[in-house]
Design a protein around this ligand. Structure first.
Ligand SMILES: [Zn+2]
Length: 547
């Protein structure tokens, strides 16, 4: 019968869709997010033993198909750990990538499953059929169907239950197929899932497509199972993939790039020959110069670059894990995506998935938010607040007049000096009358913030970059419009801050009021002198309260 190691993955911390988790394998527990350096025994620039001892990689991945065709029985006799000289966890891929490149492999699925069991992989993969990039819907459908059939057959073939088996999701850029494949694979008792064929997507710099692919898979897979992203080896995109809920990665890029003289950084790739300075403090780069390294024999140069690339990868993963713990993964992600327009494009795509991310992500954290611009509108904290206000908030019962005051730099807004003057005006009314005035702030990025809620996290725990961009102003104005439309005030008074908001909020306020048939007035906070505003505000409120 099928058994699932339900407890093989334990989630410790979360931020966005990212998690720090513990994956139990028969060779020990691994902390995720985790990068598996790809080991190719015939051209390995850094011995696996050193990867663990010097670099801190707890796991590696190698290709069972290559082991089987090149080394036949030796890995099976010795066990893959001894064969590679690695006492951490070993994951094996099955030859699917070779199918993608060569169209076919000379091995059957039962053979490659049995082989992975013989060599003693800790994590092993079925022989899926990769979808690839430039192919028709019809062909993509075939790869999905065939992969699913093999996945089902696999459970009749496997004999070992101490191996974590990977059920790959296919479909390529055909998102409906990715969703379908994920839903079907998720019903089978795999311990790990993987997203196939993103290498070509990444080679074409289509990180925006990758976002859709990952999320199509994520939305349809059991969320508690770890997800491996095949072939995602560049540190510049780790933050994006982790934020979308990828827990495991493999990188052949560290070695491939090294062979081509390419120097990775968390912000992009440089050619060694084009570098005058090393922007890195890893043990390799400290104490030498690009010129010195460029003069080394090819083999030494390659080893130098491979080792530096690995240091960069593991350092970036550590930063990401710390960011998850601190609840600052979004801030980290925004910094990283500025390394390449294609990555920034991908971040913009998150707006389309904001509701899903909000549903899965923690909404309260220990740290404040930095709002740098409209991409931040997709943040779960912003979406969460908007939903909560819409679904659960209604104004105090006796409120008649909505008084909308602008945000201030100082928070909470109701304690800022800009608001003190407005408060003084309210104090000129008796209690019954001022009780009918409901004060709300309009503020980026959250929209409408009722006084009294403005100290609730994160409404005071954020910093906003000014001046606001167009999309942010539109978002807040729309929130104001919606708020007026769904509430039952008799009239609306806007303290208008032209300098920060232009006329957008005012315009939508007026439209909403017209639509609701309620009266609307405004005072210009900046244009008129201080005293004048207050007198005008008092007059307006008097008028509205007597209506
Ligand atoms: Zn370095």
């Amino acid at each position: 019968m099928l058994t699932v190691h339900a407890m093989s993955f334990e989630i410790k911390e979360k931020d966005l869709l990212a998690r720090i988790g513990k994956l139990k394998t028969k060779s020990g527990s691994l902390e995720t997010p985790l990068l598996f350096p790809v080991i190719n025994p015939s051209i390995q620039p850094v011995p696996p033993k050193r990867l663990k001892e010097e670099f801190g990689f707890e796991a590696v991945i190698t290709n069972a198909y290559i082991l089987k065709t090149r080394y036949q029985n030796k890995p099976a006799e010795q066990g893959v750990h001894r064969f590679l000289g690695f006492d951490g966890a070993v994951m094996t891929d099955s030859g699917a990538y070779q199918i993608l490149v060569y169209g076919n492999v000379e091995v059957t699925q039962p053979e490659i499953i049995q082989y992975q069991e013989q060599i003693g992989s800790d994590i092993a993969t079925i022989l899926d059929i990769p979808t690839g990039w430039k192919i028709t819907q019809q062909h993509a459908e075939k790869t999905v169907a065939e992969t699913l059939e093999r996945a089902k057959a696999f459970f009749q073939t496997k004999t070992r239950d101490d191996i974590l088996w990977v059920g790959p999701v296919q479909g390529g850029r055909h998102l409906d197929l990715v969703a379908q494949s994920a839903a079907a694979m998720g019903k089978l008792p795999f311990q790990i899932h993987a997203l196939g064929s993103p290498t070509e997507v990444m080679e074409n710099y289509r990180y925006d497509v990758l976002v859709d692919m990952i999320l199509a898979a994520k939305k349809n897979l059991p969320i508690e199972r770890p997800l491996h992203l095949f072939g995602a080896g560049h540190p510049a995109m780790f933050a994006l993939a982790v934020a979308l809920g990828c827990d495991l990665f493999d990188s052949a890029a560290y070695a491939l790039y090294a062979r081509q003289g390419r120097y990775m950084t968390e912000n992009g790739t440089w050619s060694l020959s084009g570098l005058d300075y090393f922007p890195c403090q890893c043990p390799k780069c400290t104490g030498t110069t690009p010129k010195t390294v460029a003069a080394l024999p090819q083999k030494d140069k390659e080893i130098f670059l491979a080792e530096h690339n690995l240091y960069v990868c593991i350092a970036e993963l550590r930063r990401i894990k710390q960011a998850i713990r601190d609840g600052r993964l979004w801030e980290h992600l925004e910094m990283r995506v500025h390394g390449h327009p294609a990555l920034f494009t991908a971040l913009k795509k998150l707006q389309n998935h904001a509701d899903f991310i909000e549903k899965c992500a923690p909404s309260a954290k220990k740290s404040g938010l930095f709002f740098l611009g409209s991409v931040g509108l997709a943040r779960p904290e912003v979406v969460h607040y908007g939903n909560r206000l819409r679904e659960r908030y209604s104004p105090p019962q006796d409120s008649k007049v909505l008084l909308l005051a602008p945000q201030s730099r100082k928070k909470p807004f109701h304690k800022a000096k800009e608001f003190v003057k407005v408060k003084q005006v309210l104090q000129r009314f008796d209690e019954a009358q001022s009780g009918m005035v409901h004060v709300c702030f309009y503020a980026a990025p959250f929209g409408v913030v009722p006084m009294g809620l403005d100290e609730v996290y994160p409404l005071s725990q954020h910093e906003v970059a000014l001046p606001l961009d167009r999309e942010t102003i539109d978002y807040v104005a729309n929130q104001v419009f919606e708020y007026i439309t769904r509430t039952q005030y008799v009239s609306v008074v806007l303290v208008h801050d032209l300098q920060t908001w232009g006329n957008t909020v005012k315009k939508l306020c007026r439209t909403a009021c017209r639509k609701k048939g309620v009266s609307f007035d405004f005072v210009d906070a900046g244009a008129e002198g201080g005293k004048k505003i207050l007198t005008r505000l008092e007059l307006i409120l008097k008028k509205h309260l007597s209506e």
